[in-house]
Design a protein around this ligand. Structure first.
Ligand code: SF4
Length: 467
């Protein structure tokens, strides 16, 4: 179960990783990469390695540290050439985390064994599934991963890159796929590049990962991002690229706001620097008369540092995060649920007493935690609390793999003034859409901003997931 604080954030639904490296300890590399990608999915984790004519596969529900220990890791240590790893949140249409839905998923189709990992969400899932089922496909799960595999199998007369190019025409939405067959590692990114996928190298061997932090974690080097609509194949002959069959890029701006790790880089833009710049622009846009700037740790830290630098207000730690509360913290009663924010964040009274405080967070989803934090800051002696957010109001759902429920978004139902009153702040400031895009120092058209603007590049099907 997600804690109240976790429910306050938008979540990605998966981290993917794959490596082609004969003669390497693939299980250990995958384990390190999964640790680096843990923030992208905490409900299940798995590693698959191709050896001889079968997969060594271990996956289960839980954190990477819960799924893998010396015993489970050694059960998949083998002399393989290719490996996949995955960590996951269940998508809205999927069941709660179960081992059946965990990835990598392994299939046997006309052309042999194939392992699949997937990140994203298809907006025409229901249509595709219905048409596949009419032609005889059967499904064990509601996952996009399984559906994609059935689509690939429906083009089994083609080689894998050819089949994937056809799948790309059918599948609408956002996805990054890393798959492997007996002799090759394959990657594919959706035509708008909404979900991330990058290419790295380790001792001359190629890797694919959702974020560059996973490539860093295994000691590799980032080569480049996979282009929107690009299909890549890595085998004994090296690296081959097909396409790209892409369109105008629309990379998810929320990766830069909250989802990705600050040490990751997308299209040459480091996430920490983008967030830092968002804080600077936010300081110029909000221009608050105050005494100190504090972050909501950890996600508000880069933005608060930028805010402090630009405004000249001193940066202070006003809230201390308890690093030892894991996701397993039990919240069986309302009292424990109410107190969980206090357990996770504790105010430092000596920093706050008598101060007019600017508190910086990355985004506002439901407002419940912000309300508790502001009340906590006032109790600790702050005389004014101004909440500034490193993103515009989140007003629309995301059909592309980020867990948003419009019914839970406070900015859908309430005006800025009503939200300010509800959370108990002296003032509330959002980063403008223009400021957010400017902070990335990239072409503004490069990004998806649909959860702020309602402008969907791939239109969501109104009846999706309603069957
Ligand atoms: S709608 Fe928002 S969260 Fe979803 S892909 Fe676009 S920017 Fe990212």
């Amino acid at each position: 179960m997600r804690s109240m604080m976790e429910q306050e954030k938008l979540h990605d639904e998966c981290g993917v990783f794959g490596i082609y490296a004969p003669g390497t300890n693939l299980a250990d590399i995958c384990y390190l990469a999964l640790y680096a990608l843990q923030h992208r999915g905490q409900e299940s984790a798995g590693i698959a390695i191709f050896q001889d004519d079968r997969f060594q596969l271990y996956k289960n529900t839980g954190l990477v540290s819960e799924v893998f220990n010396e015993k489970t890791l050694s059960s998949i240590k083998c002399e393989g050439n290719i490996a996949l790893a995955h960590c996951r949140y269940p998508a809205e249409k999927e069941a709660e985390a179960t081992i059946v839905d965990a990835q990598p998923m392994v299939f046997n189709y006309l052309n042999g064994l194939i392992g699949m990992t997937y990140n994203g969400s298809l907006v025409n899932y229901d249509d595709l599934r219905y048409n596949l089922a009419l032609r005889g496909s059967v499904f064990q799960t509601n996952s996009d991963c399984e559906l994609m595999m059935n689509l690939i199998a429906s083009y089994a007369q083609d080689d894998l890159p050819g089949a994937l190019a056809k799948v790309m025409l059918d599948a609408k939405g956002a996805y990054a796929i890393v798959a492997m067959m007996e002799d090759k590692l394959v990657g594919m990114r959706d035509p708008h590049g909404i979900r991330p996928l990058c290419l790295g190298k380790l001792d001359g061997h190629f890797m694919l990962a959702s974020e560059s932090c996973a490539i860093d974690a295994v000691g590799g080097e980032l080569v480049r991002d996979i282009a929107p609509g690009e299909i890549v194949v890595i085998d004994k002959d090296g690296f081959k690229s097909y396409g790209p069959y892409g369109k105008q890029p629309h990379f998810c701006i929320f990766e830069h706001i909250y989802i990705a790790r600050p040490d990751s880089t997308f299209d040459g833009v480091n996430v920490y620097l983008a967030r830092h710049h968002m804080g600077k622009i936010l300081a110029r846009e909000s221009n608050i008369d105050a005494d100190i700037v504090i972050p909501v740790p950890d996600s508000g830290v880069p933005c608060a540092l930028g805010y402090s630098e630009e405004s000249g207000l001193p940066y202070r730690m006003g809230l201390l995060k308890n690093r030892y509360i894991g996701r397993t913290f039990i919240q069986p009663t309302q009292i424990m649920r109410d107190k969980s924010v206090h357990l996770k964040l504790n105010p430092i009274k000596e920093t706050l007493q008598g101060k007019r405080v600017v508190v910086v967070d990355d985004s506002l989803v439901r407002g419940t935690t912000s309300r508790q934090i502001i009340s906590m800051l006032r109790e600790a002696g702050a005389i004014e609390v101004h909440l500034v957010l490193g993103s515009p109001p989140v007003k629309f759902g995301c059909p592309y793999g980020i867990d948003t429920k419009p019914s839970q978004l406070i900015a859908v139902k309430q005006t800025k003034e009503q939200i300010c009153e509800y959370i108990g702040a002296d003032s509330l400031h959002y980063l403008s859409i223009e400021g957010m895009l400017q902070a990335t120092r990239q072409d503004p058209n490069h990004f998806c901003t649909a959860c702020f603007s309602g402008e969907y590049i791939v239109k969501p099907c109104p009846f999706q997931n309603k069957k």
